[in-house]
Design a protein around this ligand. Structure first.
Ligand SMILES: Cc1cc2nc3c(=O)[nH]c(=O)nc-3n(C[C@H](O)[C@H](O)[C@H](O)COP(=O)(O)OP(=O)(O)OC[C@H]3O[C@@H](n4cnc5c(N)ncnc54)[C@H](O)[C@@H]3O)c2cc1C
Length: 427
């Protein structure tokens, strides 16, 4: 079978890998000049490793991607560490990643701490996520964890991430975040690029074709179960097509998808991700890997010191710190260029670490549209099957990941599931 896969992120790559392994002819179309999608990484001539445009790590229970890494023969690239996660409170950083550190945190009373522990325990043990999908995270966080913990810890994070959508975020999304989190984290030697490259090589070895810098403009149904895929002035006909691009892009490319299928997906709101990476000669943050910035007077939501997780020696001895945000459409930061974002962030970066002495060597700005679907109450009811009502036309993107928060692990699981669905359903 001759199958087109539109989108070369982890979902499209895994689907292509799985199908080509079984002898099917696959062609990937990727708009960007590189593969990897939201997990794409870049490097510099003086670095040994790539780094992701947006901060990435794995949890130790991310079984699907970890199994794929073993299968691709790059097991020795997995690194497991326990880096420090902290929270900024009243201009000071407090480690807040274990029961002991919760007890030491001065922002909550003893009763608030007991309630917060009860809240986390409740989520860890609650077995039926579908019940939690019927109510909001805000309601459960306040009723179980209490108002003080809500305003000090949870509200700034939830509203910082989802802005006006925050009150509608379902408790099942929050449940998934807590259940999945592991104290130790994994990284991939060389960056996630190592896994992307290994997938690319395996697909090519299995006779798959990969077109990068090739945005698909449109598709046309050319028979009962055949589709012509058009890019620029070129066109090619396929027996089956899998769309892994964000839903609004898929709706543009394939307007023949029935409204009854795509309309519920189109109702899902998304926020964009923006990261500013600051490369310095000395560290900005000491010891901390992940800093949740709960003070909303800061113009960013998280500071992620990648080189407090991985050794700076892989990046020319320099230190790399991300300053990240999730932003709704129309947010002023989305229309700023790199120097404007840096100028906006600099006074606050200094405020985070007033005594740190460093020189900025380079900065990098990235924006990912549709980077995070908002899991509102009853989210899963919007998610259709991977097989669309049209024969041999399939869709699988981040929106299809439920109840878990999207991530490369779920993109791998989804890509494999999409491949199985294509093999089962194609005529
Ligand atoms: C800030 C941030 C932090 C994250 N942190 C983590 C983390 O720590 N760990 C983790 O596992 N995951 C993390 N993720 C999530 C992870 O990156 C995604 O879940 C995963 O990469 C999604 O893969 P995908 O293939 O489904 O989608 P995408 O990566 O979005 O792939 C879709 C692809 O389609 C392409 N495309 C779009 N339009 C067209 C077109 N017309 N023609 C051809 N191609 C097209 C795009 O260029 C893209 O490559 C993070 C994401 C963000 C934004």
């Amino acid at each position: 079978m001759n199958i087109a896969i539109i989108g070369g992120g982890f979902t499209g790559l895994t689907a292509a890998y799985t199908l080509s392994k079984q002898g099917h002819a696959v062609t990937i179309f990727e708009k960007e000049p590189y593969l990897g999608g939201l997990a794409y990484g870049f490097t510099r001539p003086d670095w040994q490793w790539h780094i992701e445009a947006a901060y990435h790590h794995l949890f130790t229970n991310d079984r699907d991607i970890i199994s794929l890494i073993h299968e691709l023969g790059i097991s020795d690239s997995l690194i497991i560490k326990r880096p420090v996660t902290s929270t900024l409170w009243q201009d000071a950083m407090y480690q807040l990643d274990s029961p002991k550190h919760l007890l030491l945190f001065p922002g909550l009373s003893f009763t608030d701490k007991i309630r917060t522990a009860a809240l986390l325990g409740f989520f860890k043990l609650f077995p039926v996520w579908r019940l939690l999908e019927r109510t909001t995270a805000e309601r459960i966080l306040i009723s179980v964890g209490g108002r003080r913990a809500w305003s000090v810890v949870w509200e700034p994070l939830l509203y910082g991430k989802f802005s006006t959508y925050a009150p509608k975020v379902s408790a099942s999304w929050f449940w998934a975040r807590i259940v999945k989190r592991t104290p130790s984290l994994c990284y991939i030697r060389g960056g996630f690029h190592t896994a992307v490259s290994a997938l690319e090589q395996a697909i090519i070895t299995q006779r798959g074709v990969i077109h990068t810098a090739t945005p698909v403009d449109a598709m046309k149904r050319t028979g009962h179960d055949k589709y012509a895929v058009r890019w620029g002035k070129n066109q090619q006909t396929f027996n089956a097509v899998l769309l892994t691009v964000p839903t609004p892009f898929a709706a543009n490319i394939a307007p023949m998808i029935p409204a009854s299928y795509i309309r519920p997906l189109m109702r899902i709101p998304h926020v964009s991700a923006q990261t500013l990476i600051v490369e310095t000669d000395r560290p900005i943050l000491k010891n901390v890997y992940w800093l949740n910035v709960t003070d909303r007077s800061f113009p960013f939501l998280a500071a992620v010191a990648h080189t407090n997780f991985m050794d700076p020696k892989y990046y020319g001895g320099h230190h790399l710190t991300y300053f990240g945000n999730y932003l709704p459409d129309g947010h002023p930061l989305l229309s700023m260029n790199k120097s404007q974002v840096l100028k906006t962030f600099l006074p606050h970066i200094k405020r985070l670490a007033p005594n740190a002495r460093y020189t900025i060597r380079h900065t990098y700005l990235f924006t990912g549209p549709f980077a995070q679907p908002v899991h509102e109450v009853r989210y899963s009811e919007n998610i259709p099957p991977i097989a669309t009502p049209l024969p041999n036309l399939f869709m699988a993107n981040m929106d299809y990941v439920v109840p878990w928060d999207r991530g490369t692990n779920y993109a791998v699981e989804l890509g494999a599931r999409a491949a199985a669905c294509i093999l089962k359903e194609t005529t």
